[in-house]
Design a protein around this ligand. Structure first.
Ligand code: SF4
Length: 308
């Protein structure tokens, strides 16, 4: 049995940020007003079917205010729960590199110039990373740490088509190659229990990701959200969702298959509970996390154990 310095059986984001910054770092979510090619008509109009109206950034600070005001508001939101004066700005909502480079780069620069922001994590899609954008991101990454987060979710095209992802695996692989050439660390998002996917389907995605030149992963349960197209599909043709115990088993096994140095940024989802239709158990994040760590500890599981 192996545990990391924060006593978790895997290399958590908490530990990773401590290793980089020397203390605990919190993330604040900002919405900089982008959209997605699967929403604006370029590749679709409804977005990925599981995604919420707010582009999976339900708690991100949005609106017409200036960047500094958004950072102020985001910090105020977390201020009652934490004490910190250093934050990573997380551009979580929609596709944050989808737009003109000349307009987006000054926004990133303004965020990074804020003395309270120690780094930036930019959520985007692999088909929205032009070479011009990568050159700018590489330049900015020399000022403060910068990560790119890619919502791959699955390697299986059949599933990706079903939720209207709008790009194939070769597009993801090309983006990963170019991001590595630019020296930009990558975090990949995976969804556990996608429609029609079996345990073996998920584990083949996991084994593929485990051997990718990326920095970390985020895993979350497939949520049915009230304001998503998937809700309509679910009502018309209900499909099975994982129960909590199965979710924990799958995620624990996925973690054992990851190399020891890959950062596990997230093991449960963080959607808006008010919008959550199913599965209801996924609203209790802390319980799922505690259950996962207990399951791994009892069964002698730890990150890297089954890495091939
Ligand atoms: S999952 Fe990402 S790319 Fe798809 S609609 Fe939501 S924000 Fe856009």
């Amino acid at each position: 049995m192996r545990v990391w310095p924060d006593q978790k059986p895997y290399y958590s984001a908490n530990q990773y940020y401590r290793d980089i910054f020397g203390n605990k770092i919190y993330k604040i979510s900002l919405d900089i007003g982008c959209t997605c090619p699967t929403r604006d008509g370029r590749k679709g109009v409804d977005g990925c079917t599981f995604c919420s109206e707010r582009g999976s950034g339900d708690f991100a600070i949005a609106g017409p205010m200036q960047i500094r005001g958004k950072i102020d508001s985001a910090i105020q939101m977390v201020a009652s729960k934490i004490s910190s004066d250093k934050y990573i700005a997380y551009l979580q909502s929609f596709t944050n590199t989808y737009g003109p480079v000349r307009l987006l780069v000054p926004v990133y620069e303004e965020i990074l110039a804020d003395e309270r922001v120690v780094g930036i994590s930019i959520g985007t899609r692999p088909d929205c990373l032009s070479n011009a954008m990568l050159r700018e991101l590489a330049r900015l990454s020399k000022t403060k740490p910068l990560w790119i987060e890619l919502g791959l979710q699955t390697i299986h095209q059949k599933t990706a088509d079903r939720f209207h992802r709008g790009y194939n695996l070769s597009v993801y692989e090309d983006a990963v190659t170019r991001l590595n050439q630019a020296g930009i660390p990558i975090i990949v998002h995976l969804i556990v229990g996608l429609m029609g996917e079996t345990y073996d389907d998920f584990m083949s995605t996991v084994d593929y990701i485990a051997n990718q030149p990326i920095s970390g992963i985020k895993m979350s349960m497939l949520h049915i959200l009230k304001d998503s197209p998937l809700y309509k599909e679910y009502l018309e043709n209900p499909f099975p969702l994982l129960d909590e115990a199965t979710y924990i088993k799958w995620v624990a096994e996925a973690i054992t298959r990851m190399p020891e140095n890959m950062v596990i940024h997230r093991v449960t989802g963080d959607g808006n509970q008010k919008n959550l239709i199913a599965p209801k158990w996924s609203a209790y994040k802390r319980k799922v996390l505690t259950g996962l760590i207990r399951y791994m500890t009892v069964n002698g599981l730890y990150q890297g154990l089954n890495y091939r």
